[in-house]
Design a protein around this ligand. Structure first.
Ligand code: SF4
Ligand code: SF4
Length: 485
């Protein structure tokens, strides 16, 4: 008789219950007494069904053990030894995958000189100062880009247009022009366009704020926290910190722009890692609706790079803030820690990624002169070019990229239980660290697995104690591109 063995799973406890995260299906499975007993026995050694029934006979009738085994086989928590895990054939995205989000780099110039900036700092990919790229996008290129976006959006009814830089608002005239033109053209072809932008907030003037509010533009502000943290890296070219300039402007924006929630996006470094303090300042003192954190993208030898101990500290602080999030969610209160909410949504929807993000798939970046690139962080880089807005996406280049970057080809990730949600991590991070977009981001695996485990526990706890909270994720939410950073 064949032996039974555990399949690929990650166990966790939450809300007084035991759960499994089933890696092949990316599903969360709550164990009852009998299934927990079966899993425990199989954790010790492989066993036949009849051995299991004998071992558990004092606790459960044979029929219940049989049913439990059948259920665990069905969800692929266990399998027959020697029978290879049924691995689905490699699924490639359909040809001519529609463009969901176009990130338009309306300028590659910036009025800040943030020390860690991937565009201007020591790890930059594109030479934005001396290169051949235009410093500002022209109206003509913006018009061609909008046409490109609507053409490539296929059957999607809504196209997402995100403005980006450099500092986006340095080219506000072209941004306004592109929005007006996109609205007109979209109406002609029966589509809607959702607009968003990322800005450092230094140029938010009353008339710009008015425009953003009136036009329901999604806004993400890059800001690192209270004055001492913001001014450490987010400085003007003379070294002067930007906090005193941006704080009043952001308050004014939050006061006036209420048609959409406004988020902050924080870059964490080894020197600015007090996450709770940053979160409290940005939500309670400044008034942001939500705050997302990401570690700085940099090569490891920079002194602001986060190293192993830094990732441990970051994880501990993320966990503390996630606990606050959980308490708020249990009481049906809003909590703005968007890293948790985004991951809960992915868990709830059973997301299993063949690629870490939409870059090169549904999301592409457009440089100031109309070159189309993998994403906004690669916009202007000839080696990551996917076409031009005039000639469209080079589908052969795109297919070649997607073939090469599929999770199945990331050897280190193939046995990792966190891969349905991580899938190797950001291409830009990998390129900066390892010089190769196809490399898995192995420097932060422990952090990713620790964080995913935390979010699974929060998910489990909510599913036991306040399942209605999770219902908000039942709705199919259109991909929001407003947090591009
Ligand atoms: S990068 Fe690390 S954490 Fe992410 S899927 Fe690969 S092995 Fe897992
Ligand atoms: S996760 Fe990285 S590769 Fe993906 S869109 Fe963001 S910056 Fe680009």
């Amino acid at each position: 008789m064949s032996e039974l063995a555990l399949r690929e799973l990650h166990s966790f406890e939450a809300g007084g219950k035991e759960f499994l995260y089933l890696v092949p299906s990316a599903a969360v499975f709550e164990l009852d007494g009998a299934s927990s007993a079966v899993i425990q026995r199989l954790r010790q050694r492989t066993m036949s069904r009849s051995d299991l029934a004998v071992q558990l006979s004092a606790l459960y009738p044979m029929s219940e053990v049989d049913e439990t085994v059948a259920e665990l086989l069905r969800v692929r928590a266990i399998g027959e030894l020697g029978v290879p895990e049924h691995s689905a054939p490699r699924q490639m995205p359909p040809e001519n995958f529609p463009l969901t989000t176009m990130v338009l780099n309306v300028t590659n110039q910036c009025n800040l000189s943030c020390t860690y900036c991937y565009e201007y700092g020591e790890d930059k990919i594109v030479d934005t100062e001396n290169g051949k790229k235009a410093k500002f996008m022209s109206e003509e290129t913006a018009r061609e880009s909008v046409d490109f976006m609507l053409r490539e959006s296929g059957a999607n009814r809504v196209a997402h247009l995100t403005f980006f830089g450099g500092e986006t608002l340095l080219n506000f005239p072209v941004l306004k022009f592109a929005m007006r033109y996109a609205r007109e053209r979209a109406a002609e072809v029966g589509k809607d366009v959702d607009f968003s932008l990322t800005t450092n907030a230094t140029l938010l003037r009353p008339e710009i704020i008015e425009f953003l509010a009136e036009n329901r533009v999604g806004v993400t502000i890059s800001i690192d926290g209270p004055k001492e943290m913001q001014d450490q890296f987010r400085v003007f070219s003379n070294g002067k910190g930007s906090y005193d300039i941006v704080a009043p402007k952001i308050r004014e924006l939050l006061q006036r722009h209420r048609s959409r929630p406004i988020g902050a996006r924080v870059t964490l470094t080894s020197q600015t890692l007090d996450i709770r303090k940053i979160f409290r300042h940005l939500t309670e003192d400044i008034g942001f609706w939500e705050v997302g954190f990401a570690p700085v993208t940099t090569s490891p030898n920079r002194k602001y790079a986060i190293a192993d101990e830094g990732f441990d500290s970051m994880l501990g602080q993320f966990r503390a803030l996630a606990e606050d999030f959980l308490q708020a969610a249990l009481a049906n209160r809003h909590h703005g820690f968007s890293n948790v909410k985004d991951t809960l949504e992915e868990i709830h929807k059973g997301v299993s990624k063949a690629y870490p993000c939409g870059a090169g798939l549904g999301l592409m970046g457009v440089s100031t002169d109309g070159d189309v690139a993998l994403c906004h962080r690669f916009a202007g880089s000839d080696s990551h070019k996917f076409g031009t807005v005039r000639d469209g996406i080079d589908r052969l280049v795109q297919i070649g990229f997607l073939e090469k970057h599929h999770i199945d080809d990331k050897t280190d990730c193939r046995t990792c239980w966190a891969r349905p949600l991580c899938s190797g991590g950001c291409y830009h991070e990998a390129y900066t660290r390892y010089g190769e977009t196809s490399h898995a981001n192995l420097h932060y695996c422990e952090w990713i697995r620790g964080w995913t485990d935390t979010c699974l526990k929060i998910y489990g706890e909510l599913s036991v104690r306040n399942p209605r909270y999770l219902e908000q994720f039942d709705e199919k939410v259109e991909y929001e591109a407003s947090s591009v950073s």
